[in-house]
Design a protein around this ligand. Structure first.
Ligand code: FES
Length: 82
């Protein structure tokens, strides 16, 4: 279990944050700098950087590459936080 914006999300400790969020029904976890548009997974292989989240206080982590560990605190990435 980890949290996403304070909400508990199950994880098996091996899947990525993106996979766990999608399995939990979450489709977006970042807002664009211009327009605040929602973003989630696009490429799914670490190339596009659309899936950025803040993990344990560290911004700009790619959710499609980062394994979701029990106890992680994952938060929506808002605009230009890097
Ligand atoms: S979805 Fe493209 S880098 Fe993560």
């Amino acid at each position: 279990m980890f949290t996403f914006d304070g909400r508990p999300v199950p994880t098996d400790g091996e899947q990525t944050i993106a996979a766990a969020l999608l399995a939990a029904g979450v489709r977006s976890w970042r807002r664009t700098r211009i327009g605040g548009r929602p973003r989630g997974v696009f490429c799914g292989i670490g190339v596009c950087f659309d899936c950025l989240v803040r993990v344990n206080g560290t911004p700009a982590q790619r959710a499609c590459l980062r394994v979701a560990r029990p106890g992680d605190v994952v938060e929506t990435e808002e605009g230009d936080e890097t």
